[in-house]
Design a protein. Structure first.
Length: 90
């Protein structure tokens, strides 16, 4: 009878130690996932800032004045005068 009691106590001790190791593993996994999560949040914020900067840059390059400057300066284009304008009517 004493032997059965000792076996039960030993099994319970093994179960408690196993449970404690499981808790330690779960907490460590939780810490690692939290670190990954915070890094992903930072990367998300950085990408949002970059996206906003690129949208602003795109809007700047697409302005009519900028397009006209490039057309005049780099391509040598000019606005047609009244003498060279032809109006087509139906």
């Amino acid at each position: 009878m004493k032997r059965i009691g000792a076996i039960i106590v030993l099994l319970l001790l093994i179960a408690v130690i196993g449970s404690a190791l499981g808790v330690i593993y779960a907490r460590e996994q939780n810490r690692r996932l939290f670190v990954d999560y915070t890094q992903l949040i930072k990367e998300h914020d950085d990408l949002n800032v970059e996206f906003s900067r690129l949208e602003l840059e795109q809007a700047t390059w697409a302005e009519t004045n900028r397009i006209e400057q490039v057309a005049r300066g780099q391509l040598g284009l000019i606005s047609p005068g009244p003498a060279t304008t032809i109006v087509v009517r139906r």
